[in-house]
Design a protein around this ligand. Structure first.
Ligand SMILES: [Zn+2]
Length: 596
């Protein structure tokens, strides 16, 4: 993917073998100097003798509580307040119960603000901020935040990753002392899994999103990359500019951003939009705005028209400062969502009534910046020769500098025109399961139908490095119209529906987040069945003698592909493919497109 998001460090296990103790880890991992900080948000911290002090506050933000402690603390808080209920919404891969707290004043159903922490479990600021905020809502007079909205708070999304605490996880983060892992129990990054929905956690979250249909969805993370003065940063799909759905993106850009920026600034924080760097070693090369696929929370939110915010606290700010900043952001988010509840609902309705006719599938950095941050608040660094790496490395100096930062946009290089519908064979159970999960509408035919459809063949498919529990593939796609008999039980997915663009992103072969791109149809790549060589050799000889076109193609192939020329089995298989009707699975995308 062209997007570089936070947080996929995975070398902890390797290091842990050489340095077994967490104490040693803390001493040996030297982070650059922190900027001094104080702000009004420090007043949010409970006094040491407070009965309702949260575990992180009690530990002076040096440590963060485990799942069991979080659950117990929340149960105690919920028992003390009629505003809070704890519910479960699924189980992790290891069978742990996924929890959320609903904070509500009851009465007629109110719109929901959904906040999740710990999708990347080491980036856990949102959990400890949420516990403080829930306490203040339940017991400390902030219940007016619930006058017009309910808060649904998932304290730990990736619980299985969260419970693998180690000081070697997320070594770029300044606290807490031990952190969880980025991936779930099957080594799947949940923030790449929204569209393909392989993980049980993702399936539970997608179902929760459909059940709640929130007016705002906030996903709390911590950054990686480069040092800077900003402590709380946030973004949306494509920073609004490259959003797939305009009305919700405009609300985020026009209303959410300014409200949250103002609240954070007043509380002593330094917010900005999340600067995704082109090159962390050369920050001045620029920051990137880019379209997103539905693998990400923000991309998925954009595709389903739910305003979705990615919070990226800055890694090198102390944990205490980051948690306080998250608290301020979440409180401001609740306020602006409550104030704009009707406006957001209208934006969602506008987006869902729109019927986009194209899906942008490929893009490339634009040659000229699309804008500049005139006074980017950076941190000075110097280069030094590292005996460890054997090259020049950055040393961040903790000294504020400002510079002019280019904003690098994207120019489209490929888009697909949406068909009228897609046809999915009944046998594609994995695909049908995902369509149901996402709430993509389809109909199943009860009698066979014959239609002229756009059928897609793969040319030159390549398996990519395994990723996120899948073996992704790339290929060139050749489209051709052909008559096809669709047996009873075939499924028609119309593009003209509120989730039409999401369906396109999952079903159009060219889409980078399609099921095909993720490698859902490995049967396409199996070799065609063959038979005995004496049969194929005789067949090939007859073809060479009687079919000049095949003879010419064979001679070209012999000259162009030495590996082919010296592989008797491949040569015979080639003749079989040329002569026969072809194998129904071989390199044939099983989903066909009904054109307009
Ligand atoms: Zn993250």
């Amino acid at each position: 993917m062209t997007n570089t998001f936070c947080c996929t460090m995975a070398f902890a296990a390797v290091l842990a073998g050489s340095f077994p103790t967490n104490m040693l880890a803390q001493n040996i991992l030297g982070l650059p100097p922190a900027l001094p900080w104080s702000g009004r948000s420090e007043r949010l911290i409970a006094k040491p003798d407070d009965k309702w002090i949260t575990p992180a506050e009690a530990a002076n933000f040096q440590t963060t509580p485990r799942y069991a402690e979080v659950k117990t603390w929340l149960e105690r808080l919920a028992a003390a307040s009629p505003l809070l209920t704890i519910k479960t919404f699924g189980r992790t891969g290891k069978g742990r119960e996924l929890l959320y707290v609903r904070a509500s004043k009851g009465g007629p159903a109110k719109p929901v603000v959904l906040v999740q922490a710990g999708i990347h479990a080491g980036e856990i600021d949102g959990k400890d901020a949420g516990l403080m905020l829930l306490r203040d809502i339940a017991l400390r007079g902030k219940d007016d935040l619930l006058d017009r909205v309910d808060l649904v708070f998932v304290p730990i999304y990736n619980i299985d990753g969260h419970e693998q605490l180690s000081a070697w996880n997320y070594p770029h983060l300044r606290g807490p002392a031990e952190k969880g892992r980025d991936v779930n129990a099957r080594n799947i990054n949940l923030n790449r899994d929204y569209g393909k929905a392989d993980a049980p956690e993702t399936r539970a979250m997608v179902a929760l999103l459909r059940e709640l249909d929130p007016i705002l969805y906030v996903d709390c993370h911590v950054s990686e990359g480069f040092d800077m003065q900003y402590d709380v940063t946030f973004t949306y799909a494509g920073w609004g500019k490259y959003a797939r759905h305009r009305a919700t993106a405009d609300w985020l850009q026009g209303r959410f951003g300014p409200a949250v920026t103002q609240a954070l600034s007043k509380a002593g924080h330094t917010p900005t939009n999340y600067p995704s760097p082109l090159d962390t070693r050369e920050p001045t090369k620029g920051i990137r705005y880019s379209p997103e696929g539905p693998r990400y929370s923000t991309g998925y939110g954009d595709f389903i028209s739910v305003p979705t915010v990615l919070v990226e606290n800055h890694m090198l700010k102390p944990y205490r400062q980051r948690v306080l900043g998250t608290y301020v952001l979440l409180e401001a988010a609740l306020k602006i969502a409550a104030q704009d509840a009707e406006r957001i609902a209208a934006a969602k309705a506008t987006d869902r009534a729109s019927r986009p006719t194209e899906l942008l599938t490929r893009w490339t950095p634009a040659p000229q910046p699309i804008g500049w941050v005139e006074q980017f608040k950076g941190i000075a660094f110097e280069w030094y020769q590292s005996p460890a790496s054997g090259r020049l490395e950055q040393r961040w100096l903790g000294r504020p500098v400002t510079f002019r930062m280019p904003i690098i946009g994207q120019q489209p290089t490929e888009s697909v025109r949406l068909p009228k519908a897609w046809w999915v064979p009944a046998a594609q159970a994995e695909v049908l399961d995902r369509l149901r999960l996402h709430g993509i509408m389809f109909e199943t035919i009860e009698t066979p139908r014959t239609l002229r459809l756009d059928q897609v063949r793969l040319v030159d498919p390549k398996l990519l490095t395994p990723s996120e529990g899948r073996v992704p593939i790339t290929a060139t796609f050749v489209h051709a119209l052909g008559e096809q008999v669709l047996p009873a039980g075939s499924v028609r997915v119309p593009a003209g529906q509120p989730n039409g663009l999401l369906a396109a992103s999952l079903l159009e072969p060219e889409s980078q987040d399609s099921f095909l791109a993720w490698g859902f149809f490995p049967e396409m790549l199996s070799p065609a069945p063959s038979t005995d060589a004496f049969v194929l050799a005789a067949l090939g000889e007859r073809l060479l003698a009687t079919n000049p076109a095949i003879k010419a193609a064979f001679e070209v192939k012999l000259r162009a592909e030495p590996a082919f020329a010296t592989d008797p089995t491949a040569r015979l298989a080639w003749f079989y493919e040329q002569a026969g009707p072809g194998h129904p699975y071989r390199l044939q995308y099983p989903i066909a497109r009904e054109l307009n």
